[in-house]
Design a binder for this molecule. Structure first.
Ligand SMILES: [Zn+2]
Length: 328
């Protein structure tokens, strides 16, 4: 039996509402296989979907141990900072940002949830901008790259002492959904930006097709690490609640494998292999056959479908860019 996890159910960070309706029940951590069953609920006031109730901030520490970074995650560090796909993802993000404003040597970028600093490395190399990064995980900041060329901070954006008005661009790539207080984080970003500065948020799209098809098997559900789930509409409302004006929205994909990875999670669930609580392996014949099947589907279904999903507004991820208007 799962050990009880201390839970909390705070009001909606966007509208303050406490009237919630169920969206998904019985979601589990199918990626790292940590214990616990969780529900997602939508705020009746603004529609923002939240993990509710959710582990307290202290209890969340358990769900991050050995997951995103830190000990035993050298593979993730290499992927983010050195691999061709890692660089491609960073360049893709820069290309979307260029639609609003190109970065240059006069820019100072702050990446919130920067992990090992992979995006900052590419941004600096390609545009000459100054770079800073912040992450709650001390382990990844300890191993962050190019420490002589970037400034790194450990902690929450709302707690760390940073110079207000010093940044021209603040990015949250796959990070806003992890914040216990996303509006407070964006308000802090607003204060740290110079007038006219841009805030870039990339998060999963809760309105996407794969989410609707796979429900609690959808890869980016990532309970209980993902505390909030945004649609294009609720992301714009979240920006607005923090004083930003959204100027661009882009349907995107993150790692282009959401569909097949979600199918893999679903297959592992219905075949009960491996059982919850066991670490993922890829060593049994079943694992290998499943892996080959997913690779085939990736080429035949996932890759060709990306253009259609983007065009119909049903992609698995989204990037939105909002600006801090000059006062007056
Ligand atoms: Zn709300």
């Amino acid at each position: 039996m799962d050990a009880p996890v201390p839970l909390e159910a705070p009001p909606c960070p966007v509208c303050g509402g406490e009237d919630y309706a169920p969206v998904l029940t019985g979601a589990r951590d199918h990626v790292w296989r940590k214990p616990g069953t969780f529900d997602l609920q939508a705020c009746g006031g603004c529609g923002l979907v939240a993990l509710r109730p959710r582990p307290t901030p202290a209890a969340l520490g358990f769900y991050y141990e050995g997951t995103y970074s830190g000990e035993g995650e050298d593979g993730m560090r290499g992927f983010q900072t050195e691999s061709g796909l890692g660089r491609l993802i960073s360049r893709y993000r820069l290309a979307v940002m260029r639609k609003v404003r190109a970065l240059g040597p006069d820019d100072h970028v702050l990446d919130v949830g920067c992990s090992y600093g992979g995006f900052l490395r590419v941004a600096r190399a390609d545009t000459g901008c100054r770079t800073s990064g912040i992450d709650l995980d001390a382990g990844s900041i300890e191993k962050a790259v190019d420490r002589d060329q970037a400034t790194y901070h450990v902690g929450l954006l709302t707690d760390v002492d940073l110079p207000e008005g010093d940044f021209t661009t603040i990015t949250f790539f796959e990070s806003l959904e992890h914040h216990t207080e996303p509006v407070a984080a964006l308000k802090r970003a607003h204060a740290l930006l110079a007038p006219g500065g841009a805030c870039v948020v990339e998060v999963p799209n809760f309105g996407g097709l794969w989410r609707r098809v796979f429900r609690t098997s959808w890869l980016p559900l990532l309970v209980p690490q993902h505390l909030f789930h945004f649609t294009p509409d609720t992301l714009a409302r979240t920006f607005q609640a923090a004083g930003f004006r959204t100027v661009a929205h882009h349907q995107t994909m993150f790692y282009p494998l959401e569909g097949v990875a979600s199918l893999g999670i679903w297959l592992a669930r219905v075949t009960k292999a491996p059982p919850m609580g066991a670490p993922p392996s890829w060593r049994t014949p079943f694992d290998i056959v499943l892996f080959l099947l997913l690779v085939a589907l990736w080429f035949v279904v996932e890759l060709p479908s990306q253009a259609i999903l983007r065009w119909t507004g049903l992609a698995g991820h989204q990037m939105a860019i909002a600006v801090k208007d000059a006062e007056g």
